[in-house]
Design a protein around this ligand. Structure first.
Ligand SMILES: Nc1ncnc2c1ncn2[C@@H]1O[C@H](COP(=O)(O)OP(=O)(O)O)[C@@H](O)[C@H]1O
Ligand SMILES: [Mg+2]
Length: 327
């Protein structure tokens, strides 16, 4: 549904997006993750044909963002970082206004607004002024606005930032429904890694306008967040037991968390090594209060990726300065 090839954006001499390639399938929820200034908003704006790339291009719903920008705009909805709604107008008046702006046929506008009111659970409040809405309701209305012309592709820039956990969950459920039940293709920029892990089929991690990795949250977590860990809470901990556990075949390391007193045991395989750990503790007369496999998290992987990229960046710059010093 979306194909970016060599997508690049320069602001003056500054390279904000640097030859980015990726594909997003129909009905997929794709996340673009990265720190502030990574180029997320710039990528989304190029894909939504708000401004053209400096180099490279992208196809969205089979339309080229440079040659067919008008067609792209009719195929996409976009929720920007600071969506504009008219607070003094009712929600219905807001949606009507944007429906006309997006050339929704006049005889379909009311149906469309009622339908969106229904799926966004705003029906009973459509005739209230937006100024009286909560943050979560405003965000839902802003997404409804982006969907007013029933586009197959939806871009969302930080859709759950600044929302309460309940409102964020309502938005996540809604997006899953749009993608899975209504086959919409959704591309989300976020630095909320928990949301991304729960919501996205695949994510791209970007930094300095370049893609560091693309994959499912599970793939990325496993690839970058180090060995699996088993957490064990014991009645009492003694050094002899820790040493014995460290010698169990398949155990990589044993650390005691200084705050919780839990043992964090890194292993090469949860399923195979956990029973051996249990056996060893029982053999040493230890008392197991809790035991739990800790699965690799997207957050841990993300932080590691960004850290590695920072180190690489330093090496490159140091190399450059070494070369300059020599010449
Ligand atoms: N209009 C602009 N003019 C100059 N620089 C810009 C402009 N918009 C964004 N940038 C710069 O481009 C980089 C990427 O910005 P942006 O795409 O907004 O990143 P993100 O959304 O990941 O935080 C940042 O360093 C930002 O300062
Ligand atoms: Mg941004």
């Amino acid at each position: 549904m979306i194909i970016a090839t060599g997508l690049t954006k320069l602001y003056g001499e500054f390279v904000a997006v640097d030859h980015v390639n990726f594909e997003i399938n129909e009905g997929e929820i794709f996340g673009i993750l990265g720190p502030n200034g990574a180029g997320k908003t710039t990528i989304i704006r190029m894909l939504a044909a708000i401004f053209p790339p400096t180099e490279g291009t992208a196809k969205v719903a089979n339309c080229d963002v440079i040659e067919d920008d008008m067609a792209v705009r009719s195929q996409v909805g976009i929720l920007s970082e600071n969506p504009s709604l008219y607070e003094r107008l009712t929600a219905r008046a807001n949606l009507k206004f944007f429906a006309r702006l997006y050339d929704v046929p006049a005889d379909q506008i009311d149906n469309r607004i009622d339908f969106l009111g229904e799926i966004f659970d705003l029906k009973s409040r459509l005739d209230d002024r937006v100024g009286t809405y909560s943050k979560g309701m405003k965000q839902k209305l802003a997404i409804a606005k982006a969907l007013i012309h029933d586009p197959p592709v939806l871009f969302l820039d930080e859709p759950t930032s600044a929302l309460s956990p309940e409102a964020a969950k309502a938005i996540r459920d809604l997006l899953v429904d749009l993608a899975k039940d209504r086959s919409r293709t959704i591309c989300i920029c976020t630095h909320n890694l928990h949301d991304a892990a729960r919501l996205c089929d695949r994510v791209a991690v970007i930094r300095h306008g370049r893609i560091l990795t693309v994959g499912t949250p599970g793939e990325i977590s496993r690839a970058y967040s180090g060995p699996p860990t088993v957490r064990v809470k014991l009645g009492a901990i003694d050094t002899a037991l820790i040493e014995a556990l460290a010698k169990v075949d398949g155990v990589i390391s044993v650390d005691k968390d200084s705050i919780t007193n839990n043992l964090m045991i890194k292993v090469d395989n949860h399923d195979k090594i956990t029973p051996k750990i249990v056996r060893k503790i029982v053999e040493k007369n230890g008392e197991i209060l809790e035991i739990e496999p800790i699965h690799a998290s997207l957050e841990e992987a993300y932080l590691k990726l960004i850290e590695e990229d920072t180190m690489n960046g330093i090496t490159v710059e140091e190399n450059i300065s070494l070369v300059t010093e020599r010449t």
